[in-house]
Design a protein around this ligand. Structure first.
Ligand code: C2E
Ligand code: MG
Ligand code: MG
Length: 691
């Protein structure tokens, strides 16, 4: 065995950090301290003359036996002049570790030795494995990955990137990352992004990008900076996912939450949000906003008469008309029912808003064909302005709503601007409402009675009950003052019930005291007719008073009949079969014709007082009265003329063959006690009025 101790190379050999060994004839014959350390042996003897396979696991990773493979490596080294390969060695403690082996044949005294260098590659292997794993992950993830240098240039992408973006690796490497910019974000978006990456090392958010096919799509992008040892950024890694689907689902959801399913217009919630935004924008721009509140006139009648499906079709048509009457930037929303709202932003001139309101009303007026029937919708519009009429959404809406009511009160099919007085008016209504409640509880609603005279017999035959509110502070309040409100808030039901009951009671009492078979007429409102309590209330009143049903006449108007024809025919048919009488009040002002009346179970017509009033002045009023009387006679209907104030009017009516009359000429409506006294006076006799 050669002695190297005096050789200066011996030092290199001994002190090398890499393990160095000498192989002679297939066995280790020398090795340095690094070798011992690497293998974890303390005694040189243990290694001496070992075959490489003895310091290895039985097999190498490729499955071959270490013994055979070691000899093969040695043979290759001799053949090629040197050989570098990877090997698994085994430590004294039985644990394995990877090394890179370099075998170099060295001639020595007529034979060939092998110089062996082992380098522990555990760390390198680990890094390689981690890299392989990382590559595996990026290759197989569905998220797109993009790596840029600081130029910035794209230096790596993964397959998912290509799949999402449509660019192959060759097409995209070397490009600036802005290459796929969608153009949807302004400069400040990107400068903000880079500012954040520079200061925090990362950014994440939603961004619109462009695929190779030009399609712009949303992605969720996360960017991280990668730093070198000097803490300088060297790479930027972006990981993103295509969130088109998520966005679509989100949009769908918000569409559901924010749009009206029937008309597809924004709903109340979205309207609120938009108006709030507009108000904020307005504060900045110092401009005005108009809020329009639109309600269809008599939509309930249309719904009741033609059915809900037709009502829905009409609403859809109206929604379209409104939408096309305003600019695209203006919001049109449906609040529910037949209520729509419009936001007109950036209003410079209030007259423009009046034009728009007019335009909307006109366009709603267009005839729409709903399931074969032609309907003309009519709308009332109320308008409020920001900031004049309210500084928040609620005030603006409330005030536009009030103005809409005003337009309705004025007959509908028109618009009205909000004014301060409306607020006062609505406060007054509120007060009136609470007083009304109090009045109902305390029986302050009572009937007055106006005689109805029979011109043939020359006697009083009955009386019309007319409601009065005996208000503790204001005295007697007339129906014109409280009936519309009571119909609105439903108080007409208890008021009507009380009037009916008291009228029946009084009528029966006077029949007994005067021995005249007096008949009483009671007015009904549309609300009462729709109420399920009506039949029961009538029965109770008759039963309690003992009044015979044929002494009770119910006065209804033409529109109540026409609102829901079939239901009306049934209800009044039943009542008439029970013996009651039905009179059409204010006849001639509604839209029913005499021929239509044949279908209805009616006993008498009351000629509206407006015609009677104009008998002298107006030829056409006289003609109308004549026509009504002659046709009613031929149909077997009785006629009552109301509002007779003068002798001339009475004469005319009498000459036309009108049998019954009612009016101030004979008597004003009177409270019960006075009425009783009056009818018992000998003087109260039409003969005394008629020459
Ligand atoms: P109406 O049923 O047509 O009643 C006739 C109205 O004409 C009454 O007004 C009556 O006072 C008034 N009148 C009678 N004769 C004359 C006259 O010669 N000249 C003039 N200018 N007016 C005359 P009132 O009592 O103010 O009632 C107004 C309306 O209120 C009634 O019209 C009726 O539609 C309604 N109404 C009254 N009481 C009730 C009720 O108990 N229930 C319901 N639902 N409506 C009622
Ligand atoms: Mg009446
Ligand atoms: Mg009338």
């Amino acid at each position: 065995m050669a002695d190297f101790k005096h050789d200066q190379y011996r030092k290199l050999f001994d002190q090398s950090a890499d393990a160095m060994l000498i192989i002679d004839d297939g066995r280790f014959v020398d090795f340095n301290d690094a070798t011992l350390k690497m293998l974890g042996y303390s005694c040189r003897q243990e290694l001496f003359s070992t075959h490489p396979s003895q310091l290895s696991p039985p097999n190498q990773p490729d499955g071959r036996s270490s013994f055979e493979k070691a000899d093969e490596m040695i043979a290759i080294a001799f053949e090629k002049g040197s050989h570098r390969f990877e090997w698994i060695h085994r430590r004294a403690d039985g644990s394995d570790f990877p090394v890179e082996v370099l075998l170099t044949p060295v001639p020595y005294e007529n034979r060939m030795l092998l110089n062996v260098v082992w380098r522990d590659i555990t760390q390198r292997k680990k890094a390689e494995e981690a890299l392989r794993l990382a590559k595996y992950v990026t290759d197989n993830t569905s998220e797109g990955v993009i790596v840029c240098d600081t130029t910035p240039k794209i230096i790596e992408i993964n397959p998912a990137y290509s799949e999402i973006m449509g660019y192959s690796r060759d097409e995209i490497l070397g490009q600036n990352p802005g290459f796929t910019n969608s153009g949807r974000h302004d400069k400040s978006f990107f400068s903000d992004m880079w500012r954040e990456i520079t200061s925090t090392g990362k950014w994440e958010g939603e961004i619109w990008d462009r695929r190779k096919n030009g399609e712009v799509f949303p992605k969720f992008l996360r960017i991280n900076a990668v730093y070198n040892d000097l803490n300088k950024p060297i790479y930027y890694v972006g990981v993103f996912s295509d969130i088109t689907r998520i966005k679509e689902a989100e949009d769908k959801l918000s569409e559901l939450a924010f749009s009206d399913p029937l008309t597809k217009l924004p709903n109340r919630a979205l309207f609120h949000e938009r108006l709030e935004q507009e108000i904020l924008g307005c504060e900045r721009r110092k401009s005005k906003i108009a809020v329009l509140f639109l309600d269809l006139d008599r939509f309930k009648d249309i719904n009741d008469t033609l059915g809900h499906a037709s009502g829905d079709s009409l609403l859809i048509a109206v929604a379209k008309q409104i939408r096309s009457s305003v600019r695209a930037v203006d919001t049109v929303a449906r609040m529910g029912g037949d209520e729509f709202t419009v936001i007109i932003s950036d209003v410079k001139d209030e007259s423009v808003v009046a034009d728009i309101a007019n335009h909307i009303i006109k366009s709603v007026n267009k005839v729409v064909n709903v399931e074969g029937k032609e309907i003309i919708a009519r709308a009332s519009v109320g308008i409020s302005y920001y900031p004049k009429d309210g500084e928040n959404v609620d005030d603006l809406m409330r005030h536009a709503d009030m103005a809409m009511y005003k337009a309705k009160e004025n007959g509908g099919d028109s618009f009205s601007f909000y004014s301060e007085e409306m607020n006062i008016e609505s406060a007054r209504r509120l007060l009136l409402e609470s007083e009304m409640r109090h009045g109902i509880e305390n029986k302050h609603f009572i009937p007055y009675f106006q005689p109805i005279m029979d011109l043939d017999s020359g006697t009083i035959v009955g009386m019309e009950a007319l409601a009065r509110w005996d208000h503790p502070g204001n005295g007697i309040v007339l129906p014109g003052e409280f009936i519309p409100l009571a119909e609105d808030n439903g108080y007409i039901i208890p008021i009507g019930r009380e009037v009916l009951r008291e009228s029946c009671r009084q009528a029966r009492q006077w029949q007994l005291s005067s021995s005249i078979p007096l008949k009483v007429s009671v007015n009904l409102s549309g609300r009462q007719i729709k109420s399920l309590d009506l039949r029961k209330d009538i029965e109770t009143s008759l039963y309690e008073s003992g009044l015979s049903p044929d002494c009770l006449t119910l006065e209804i108007t033409e529109s109540m009949m026409m609102g829901n024809v079939d239901a009306a025919i049934k209800l009044f048919g039943d009542l008439r079969n029970a013996g009651l009488k039905i009179a059409i009040d204010d006849f001639g002002t509604g839209y029913s014709s005499l021929s239509q009346l044949k279908r209805f179970p009616v006993n008498s017509l009351k000629i509206d007082q407006s015609f009677v009033r104009d008998i002298q002045a107006d030829n056409s009023s006289r003609t109308i009265i004549q026509t009504i009387i002659s046709m009613a006679n031929s149909m077997g209907l009785e006629v009552v003329a109301e509002g007779v104030e003068t002798h001339e009017q009475l004469d005319f009516l009498k000459n036309q063959g009108c049998r019954y009359v009612q009016g101030f000429y004979f008597s004003r409506p009177m409270p019960g006690d006075i009425f009783e006294k009056t009818i018992n006076q000998e003087a109260f006799h039409p003969a005394n009025y008629i020459h």
